[in-house]
Every structure is written in C-alpha cells, then in structure tokens.
Ligand binder design. Sequence first.
Ligand code: UDP
Length: 331
Amino acid sequence: MAILVTGGAGYIGSVAVDDLKARGEDVVVVDNLVYGHREAIDADIPFYQGNIGDRDLLDRIFAEHDIESCMHFSAYAYVGESVEEPKKYFDNNYVQTLALLDALLANGVKRFVFSSTCASFGEPQYLPIDESHPQSPTNPYGWTKFMVERTLSAYQAAYGLDFVVLRYFNAAGATARRGEDHSPETHLIPLALFAASGRIPHVSIFGDDYDTPDGTAIRDYIHVSDLSSAHMAALDHLRAGKNPEFINLGNGNGYSVKEVIRTAERVTQRPIKAVIAPRRAGDPSKLVANAAKAREILGWQPQLPTLEAIIESAWSWHNANTAGYSGSDRK
Ligand code: UDP
C-alpha cells in the first residue's frame, strides 16, 4: 500500500517524502514541476510528472500502485501573485484539487492530509490563532485553501472521505538534503539570506506602518521538518480511524520582519541591508498560531522551534546549494 504525495518535488512535500521513506512507507509522487525540482526526489521513488487534475494520469497511477492515502501538498502559494492573478490560483489550487478528490474517491482512497494555511484566517480577531478563530481570508490564495477545507467537510459527510487539514503558519528552514528554492524567491528568510551572502543587494521590508511594536508584520515561523512530522502523525491518526480534524501548525511565537532580519544577521554574522517598501497586497499584520491542538490530538512536538535554529538550518542549506537545486548534482 502506498501514499500518493502531490507536490512531492516541492519544498515541504520533498521533506515529507524523505520522512515517509525513512519510516519505510511506499511513496508515489505526482508533481508538474512548475515550481518543484526533480532533483528533490530520490531516484528510487516512483515519480509521475503532470497535473493532479489530469484524470488519465491519476488513473494510470492508481492502476500501477495500490494507493491507500494521499498527502496533498501541491499548490501555488504566492500571496501577492494570487491577488494579481486570482484565476491562476482558483484553477490550480481549487479546481484541480476537486479533480484530485474525484479521482481519489473513484479509486476508493479515503484518507487525505491537506496542506492548508494560516492565510485562511485573514486579519486576526485575537492572537494566538486557534482552530475556532473565524476564517475570512484577505487574499485569493487563502480563499482557495479555505474553499478546499469546506469541501473536505462536505465530502466527509457525504462520501466518508477522512481528512486531517494542517494549517501551516510560515514554513521555513531546511534539512541537510532539502531546502527552499523558489523561482522567483519571494519569502522573507531566503531573501534575507540572499542579501547576507551578497546575491541580492538588499531585502525589502514590506510596510513599516502596521499596528505592531516595530511597525513591521509579524509571523510565526515553523521548521519544515516540524511541519513534516505533523504529516506523519496525521497519517497515523487517519490510519487509527480517528476523527477528521483541522489543526494549526506553528510555534506560537511571533517575529516581526525586522526581528527576522536581525536574527538572520546574527546567524550569518553578516550585515543585511534592508529597505522600507510599501505593504504587499493581501498581507495580514500578524499571524501567530495556537498549536495546542496539534500537541494534544497528534502528539506533535516541534524539534526546532527557535527562529535561530530555523534560520541556521536555512543558512547551511543555502551555503551548500548556492545555486539551489539547479546547481546541484544531488540525487
Ligand atoms: N516580507 C518582506 N519582504 C520580503 C518578503 C516578505 O517584508 O522580501 C514580509 C511579508 O510581507 C510578510 C512576511 O515578510 O509579512 C513573511 O512573508 P513571506 O513571503 O516569507 O511568507 P507569507 O507570510 O507570505 O507566507
């Protein structure tokens, strides 16, 4: 029996694939490689290149493998781009996911672990954000994830599709083998590290007039390995026949953009030039998780909760892979 991992060539999916493999699970990856990297999947993992909405491809995968569960990572995840090109996001993240769900149900797969996001909450009404916080996304990216969440509830009631929805706060950091290599890179931590290494002249601070102590936006950064370990626990949860759940994943500590840049300067021991720029459309001011439920229901325990450890791991990966995956011969 195998786990179908969509987006397994992506940043978080590739770490989960490594962890599944280390547990001795059979894994099958489907990824269209629009943003993912073929080099991020070991050669011995069955890999299919294509879209999750391609029913012929999905049926071929089901014919060739005995799939028992699906971890669905694949999505476009640029908040700013989603505001400018919502069509792209609603199609890829929502319509294609509906097609994936159709294929899973048609093939009798009823365990689904879904990568959702803190962006599904929108501007917080209170902090830290627990699972019962109202959801009112401030950008199309968040809407697409929220719509899948609602769909899963309806499909669970109507078709018995069991799920765990994991709402990531800000994924960051790297393992020894896998790291963040987006093109274009838009995320704060890699850009701060690029500025530290001289690859870019400066990092922009998107807005310093938020209602926060230093005026810059606050996020809860979580190590990619800790996100992955929650997926392993979610799979165990589903296999044990437990209830569908919505679960927030963060460390419960909020750091401002300026604090992230200062921490990156400390970790890298290099100065990082920062330039104040306008706010980015769609960005909430503060997002910090209450992850008590993840600990309680999944027995989840983050291993790298500090911002220093997260940035250190990212810095090691960047130094070992200065050109990202394209410059690597890692297999
Ligand atoms: N950010 C920034 N400069 C950048 C990239 C991001 O100031 O070059 C800010 C962004 O506005 C947000 C925070 O850093 O408040 C984290 O953004 P990122 O894109 O890393 O993750 P997101 O919160 O969009 O998932």
